[in-house]
Design a protein around this ligand. Structure first.
Ligand code: WT7
Length: 668
């Protein structure tokens, strides 16, 4: 492979059975670059990559000192291993995340814009400078101290996408508290579970939220959750809409009244590199959500390094990540990466469809955005809405990021041609809540890309493809299997909160000596990686990670449901969609009303985004003689492949298969 020589965006690579377009960084992107990309070309990437794998201490020690400001330097770059599950980085080092995100930039240039707030109504936005951010974060940090929050305590944050959500997160970090952001689309039950699991005694929220022109009763959901959280002592309520909401005396206080009491500077509390920075709950293939724990030094190095090299961020850039702060994408690429690098980050409260399908493009034009980062699900929606919505002057765009699911070649091309006018590079980033930051992704301006491939590993990531049957690593190119990583990297999760054994069993004990991602992947003839999707029972709906087991558990809470099986099916718009098969208890009659009630049960129990798209009521679920539900049969029938059901000899109740086919056909 060669770096861009002639500026031609497309170079055709033909290799035996493969025929894939390779796109070099567009010449026009390099021409509008404020300087030059951080790396001179693919050779420099290869040199640094090699160093990061063979001399990780040297490589990461240098980057950690370059990218972050340490209160106290470290002596040991890394210790521990996958074998022993005790990975740690920059061990003696001390630092503070909010100092690194705010103070050092505010001292240099207090008027530089930190946050560009795009409110749900396009006219309601405003900007927050680094100086202003320092004052707000100091005050809220002081309010938290007043509530008794100390280093190592967890604080739940349940907020809409407003600048104050970022202030809340950084205020926790400022005093060494651990933020636990819960996506504001989660139900009160889910919020309750996360507050209890994390042991949070303070919740930060807002009166209401506003999204796509609709009001969301944020505080009401908190109140419901807190009925079963006796240990929560205080709720800090940011006034977003001014709705008349009940305040519980002695527990609930208004943000604007509290911050008035305290001075505008509070010194940051230095913490150890390995002290936790945050918890973020995510769905696994079984059981209840896991509180993935990230630590301070390693996580921040990962966020800053990927922001700098994958997105090629430079001073003065304006970064727009459409993710919500309730997910890892929002943590790493709305908050930490852009602020660590001292650029401006967009906090977008609304949806891509409100007030119309041009909303993203309007934002990009209005703020001369240089980097745009979003999930393919949003691109599919906008592509379908029609190219005429894509207008405006987006000439500053250099990077078009993609995250959360594979991006199909035709969507990739639409993104590149219609949105980017072939002047910006599409950067498909593969990573996970657990990895903290990008693991496989091209480096903007440096690495050529192929639509649908996340391309090459980031520094320090040593991928290994493993044969799931033999458990053996497959060496060389042109191989398929499950994706693992062979050595620790700084921003990997350190544990699952209160369940370290589960952490070991999920990630490190599946293939001993490797980190298991849960995804299938191929490595092509040029060493490029192609992510094939999850090999476990995790489904990906609109870039949201859901567990079929969790949705089944939610359905079983309904008094009329006897048994439930949930499967993911391919969906044109959302990537995958949730479909549920249930059998009902005697005395209940299958009806549309009942099906609706089942969907409502999931909305109540998990949140609206987890609601099944279809519910099929059948007399009995297909089961093996040992009682295991054969989800494969359900998947096949939904895919219209009922002539390829495979081996059914272990089925204890073969008669139900026809019934499944009949019910699915009737519903269509
Ligand atoms: C899972 C992680 C990473 C932030 C958003 C999701 C899938 C993620 C890609 C990509 C193909 C992708 C994987 C992964 N995934 N990025 N570029 N191409 N698949 O974070 O909720 O932790 O989900 O998302 O299946 O395991 P998450």
């Amino acid at each position: 492979m060669t770096a861009n020589a002639d500026g031609a965006p497309k170079a055709r690579v033909v290799h035996e059975a493969h025929e894939v377009d390779t796109f070099h960084p567009p010449q026009k992107m390099l021409e509008k670059h404020p300087k030059k990309p951080h790396l001179s070309g693919i050779e420099e990437y290869q040199k640094l990559y090699k160093e990061s794998i063979t001399q990780p201490d040297q490589f990461w020690g240098r980057l950690a000192r370059e990218l972050l400001t340490w209160h106290k330097d470290f002596n040991t770059v890394r210790s521990g291993s996958f074998q022993t599950g005790d990975v740690a980085w920059f061990l003696e080092g001390e630092l503070n995340a909010s100092y690194n995100c705010i103070d050092r930039h505010a001292f240099k240039d207090p008027n530089r814009v930190a946050i560009i707030y795009e409110a749900d109504e396009p006219s309601d936005g405003r900007t927050v400078t680094y100086g202003e951010l320092l004052r707000q974060v100091s005050k809220v940090a002081r309010v938290l101290q007043e509530m008794g929050v100390r280093k190592g305590d967890t604080v739940a944050v349940y907020m809409p996408m407003v600048p104050e959500a970022i202030v809340a997160v950084l205020a926790c970090a400022r005093i060494g508290a651990i933020h636990s952001v819960v996506f504001a689309g989660f139900s009160s039950d889910s919020l309750r579970d996360r507050i209890l699991d994390a042991g949070s005694r303070v919740v930060i929220t807002s009166d209401e939220g506003k999204r796509g022109g609709k009001l969301v009763g944020t505080k009401k959901i908190v109140d419901e959750a807190l009925r079963q959280c006796p240990d929560v002592k205080n709720v800090l309520v940011f006034k977003r809409t001014g709705a008349d909401i009940p305040m519980t005396p002695g527990r609930d206080v208004w943000w604007h009244e509290e911050v008035e009491k305290w001075p505008a500077y509070l010194p940051p509390t230095p913490v150890n590199s390995e002290d936790p920075l945050f918890l973020l709950y995510t769905s696994g293939s079984t059981g209840k959500p896991k509180g993935v724990m990230h630590t301070t030094g390693g996580y921040l190095v990962g966020a800053a390094a990927t922001g700098k090299y994958v997105f090629d961020v430079h001073d003065g850039d304006r970064f727009f990540c459409g993710g919500d702060v309730g997910w890892i994408t929002g943590h790493s690429y709305v908050v930490y990466a852009p602020l660590l690098l001292g650029v401006s980050t967009v906090v977008f409260e609304g949806t891509p469809a409100y007030p119309n399908f041009s909303r993203y493009w309007d934002i990009i034009e209005r703020h001369s955005i240089t980097h745009f980062y979003v999930a393919p699900t949003a691109l599919r929606l906008l592509k379908r809405a029609g190219d005429h919505h894509v207008h405006g002057d987006m000439k500053h765009l250099r990077v078009l990021g993609s995250v959360g699911e594979p991006i199909a070649a035709e969507v990739w091309k639409w993104y590149f041609e219609v949105v980017g006018k072939e002047e910006a590079q599409v950067i498909d980033t593969y990573w996970q809540t657990e990895t903290g930051s990008h693991t496989i992704a091209p480096l903007a301006g440096v690495i050529p890309t192929k639509p649908g491939s996340a391309s090459l590993p980031f520094f320090g990531i040593e991928p290994a493809i493993i044969d799931p049957v033999s458990g053996e690593e497959k060496h060389g190119n042109d191989v398929e299997g499950v994706l693992t990583f062979k050595q620790p990297w700084p921003s990997m999760a350190r544990t699952v909160w209160g369940a370290h054994q589960r952490y070991l069993d999920t990630y490190l004990n599946v293939y001993k000596g490797y980190y298991f991602t849960g995804d299938g992947a191929g490595r092509d003839h040029e060493g490029f990686y192609w992510i094939r999707g999850r090999v476990d029972d995790v489904v990906n709906v609109s870039g949201h990670r859901l567990s079929t087991a969790e949705i089944e558990a939610a359905l079983l809470e309904h008094p009329a449901i006897a048994e439930a099986a949930v499967v993911g099916v391919a969906d044109e718009l959302t990537g995958q969609a949730v479909n549920a098969f249930v059998s009902i208890k005697d005395g209940n009659e299958a009806s549309d009303a009942l099906r609706k009630d089942f969907i409502l049960q999931v909305r109540r129990s998990i949140g609206p985004f987890a609601a099944p798209k279809a519910v099929y009521i059948i007399p009995d679920l297909p089961k093996t003689r040992s009682g295991k539900i054969m989800r494969r049969i359900l998947r096949k029938v939904l895919a219209g492949e009922e002539d390829q059901l495979g081996d059914m000899s272990t089925l204890s109740n073969p008669g139900v298969v026809d019934k499944v086919i009949e019910v699915v056909h009737e519903a269509r």
